[in-house]
Design a protein around this ligand. Structure first.
Ligand code: SUG
Length: 443
């Protein structure tokens, strides 16, 4: 049965802020301590969804998570009422409070990795929430992500929602940010699982910044998702690319159907990967490789042209949805224009303003999780997560009613913010017909 790709965007949460939480993510480090606007961030995200939907791309949403995470703060020893927990954490361990207040679940490319039913042995859609163990402020997302995905994709005839991978750092998993699925008509799909380090077989690695994803995690995802070995490739991310700020492979590569846009420093052996893909996908495969001379990696990391969404339109052609920063960088822009000019299905590039997210290192591609569904699978989802004009109106009014326009990391000390966040999320779960998925709703 025919499948369509749905882009599940993360609704930006009410505590969106710039706390400088992610070493190796240059934008996160550069914007530490700056004023953020949760409201603008959420509205920019919604505008992106509206734009994608206007192109004819199927769009859906994943909700934010309760922040600060009172459950995590309690597990770390802060006691008393919700207000007391926040106040004590603010006094004794402000950095922990900041970590527990991050709205990072907005980058749903890191929420999970999925495999569509047409590729899996049991013909179900497989989803594995990422454990995100590489960064503490992100590791606290996994349980709630699991609960939300299990709620949305609850029909076990169609969906297998796995638990986050066990094993802590050994199976460190960052979700679909390190995964691309490519397909050319008449050939089986190919899954490319990037990874930064191996737990069992250590080899060359980055010197400055952490490699987040392990090879063991990537191999486990392929096994859990029942993908044939012949459909999977496991290239190592380039250590030099990670050291230049490409903490996930989607900072330097994006693929869709038969098209792959890739920087030469995305992988340790990018030409070798391109060759393997050529053999598997045949002459319909259209790679476009940016060399260091054409687009220096520092510029690619600053302007994020590879963190674009590369989407198939109803016409069968493709469009690139890139961040404004790529339009402002002559080299990034020239690369994207070269892609459009070349012999491939890409017909246009559109530049969008997602600056609030970009200042934490999250471009258009980070903000979405791609899930391919048949019509029957879509019909098996009963939550109101699919984007339409009515949902747009409701979300926009909800954001305007609940979100602050200005937040600095010091504001995270305010216990009222936790209350505001809970009130907003409680209302959102009713709007999205998700039932009670958050701790504070179950307590
Ligand atoms: O994990 N930033 C996120 C950005 C994730 C981008 N996702 C993809 N590339 N798919 C991260 O580094 C910064 C939060 C802060 O500094 O407050 C942060 O977590």
């Amino acid at each position: 049965m025919a499948q369509r790709e749905y882009n599940f965007d993360g609704v930006v949460g009410p505590t969106h802020n710039h706390a400088g939480m992610a070493p190796g993510n240059l934008a996160s480090q550069a914007h530490e301590g700056e004023v953020s606007s949760p409201r603008q961030a959420a509205l920019q995200g919604l505008a992106k969804m509206r734009f994608l939907a206007s192109l004819g791309v199927e769009q859906a949403v994943l909700p934010p998570q309760p922040r600060p995470s009172l459950r995590t703060l309690r597990a770390l020893g802060f006691t008393g009422t919700d207000e007391a927990v926040v106040t004590r954490a603010a006094t004794d361990a402000e950095l922990l409070l900041r970590a527990c207040s991050s709205a990072a679940a907005m980058w749903t490319a890191n929420a999970c990795t999925t495999a569509p039913s047409e590729d899996t042995a049991d013909r179900r859609v497989h989803l594995t929430p990422a454990n995100l163990t590489a960064m503490f402020h992100r590791s606290i997302e996994a349980d709630t992500t699991h609960a939300v995905l299990a709620r949305i994709f609850s029909d076990v005839r169609h969906f297998a929602v796995h638990a986050p991978l066990p094993g802590g750092a050994h199976f460190a998993d960052e979700g679909a940010a390190n995964h691309s699925r490519l397909q050319v008509e008449g050939r089986p799909a190919v899954h490319v699982f990037g990874w930064g380090r191996s737990s069992y077989r250590p080899g060359p690695g980055p010197q400055r910044f952490p490699a987040r994803q392990t090879r063991e995690a990537s191999e486990t995802l392929a096994r859990l998702h029942q993908l044939p070995a012949s459909a999977c490739l496991f290239p190592q991310q380039s250590p030099a690319g990670i050291d230049a700020g490409a903490f996930h492979s989607d900072v330097l590569v994006v693929g869709n159907d038969g098209v792959l846009l890739v920087h030469e420093l995305a992988f340790l052996d990018t030409p070798g990967l391109v060759q393997q893909l050529r053999e598997k996908l045949g002459p319909g495969f259209r790679p476009v490789v940016a060399s260091e001379a054409e687009l220096p990696v520092a510029e690619a990391v600053a302007a994020y042209p590879f963190n674009s969404q590369l989407v198939t339109l109803p016409s069968g052609r493709m469009a690139i949805v890139a961040p404004k920063e790529s339009e402002e960088s002559p080299a990034a822009r020239a690369f994207l224009e070269r892609v459009v000019a070349q012999d491939n299905p890409v017909q246009a590039v559109h530049y969008l303003d997602v600056r609030e997210s970009m200042h934490n290192g999250g471009g258009p591609a980070c903000l979405r999780q791609r899930i391919r569904l048949t019509d029957a699978e879509r019909d098996a989802v009963h939550a109101r997560v699919f984007y339409d004009e009515a949902l747009d109106v409701d979300l926009s009014s909800w954001i305007r009613r609940h979100y602050r326009d200005r937040l600095v990391p010091e504001d995270l000390r305010d216990p009222a913010l936790a209350r505001e966040s809970m009130a907003a999320l409680d209302e959102l779960t009713r709007m999205l017909r998700l039932g009670s998925v958050y701790d504070f709703q179950k307590a």
